[in-house]
Design a protein around this ligand. Sequence first.
Ligand SMILES: [Zn+2]
Ligand SMILES: [Zn+2]
Length: 152
Amino acid sequence: MNADRSLESEFKSSFDSTKAIIKIAPFDPDLDRAKYTSMKECIICNSALGKAGIKKHYCKFCYNAVCNACSPFTGPHPESGKEERICNPCYINGLKLAVMDSCIEYIKLKLKTEIEEKEKEIAKRKQLALELEEFQKLPRKKKLKRCLKGKN
Ligand SMILES: [Zn+2]
Ligand SMILES: [Zn+2]
C-alpha cells in the first residue's frame, strides 16, 4: 500500500499536465451528430444560443451545442485528424484519459526497471552460489589457500 502511494505521488510530480495531449475515446456509434442543430441553449451554462442569444457553436466530440466561453479549447479529432472545437467536459475527459494512460506507462516503466534490477540480483546470486559450490568441491588445502589469497 505504501509503495503504491509513493509511486502515485512520484507520478504526480513527474507529470506535466500543461504538456499533456488529450486523448479521445472512440465515438459511440449511436452518437447523434445532429443534436446541436435543434438545441437553443448551451449544454453547459444554459446561455441562449442562436437567434435569441449568442453565437452557437457545437462540440465536435459530443455534438452538443455550446457557447464560445464553454468551449475555449480544441482537441485532436479522431476522424478528421484536425484540431476541432471541444467543450469543457469533453476536454476534461480527454485530459483524464491522457493522465490515466501516462500513469499506466509510468508504472509499467517503473515495474520494468524494478524487474530488471531483481533479475540482475538473481543472476548475481546464482553466480555466487556456483562459485560457492565450486569452492566447496575444492580439497581442504586449496580452500585454505584461496581464503588467504582473498584476504590480501
Ligand atoms: Zn456555455
Ligand atoms: Zn463535448
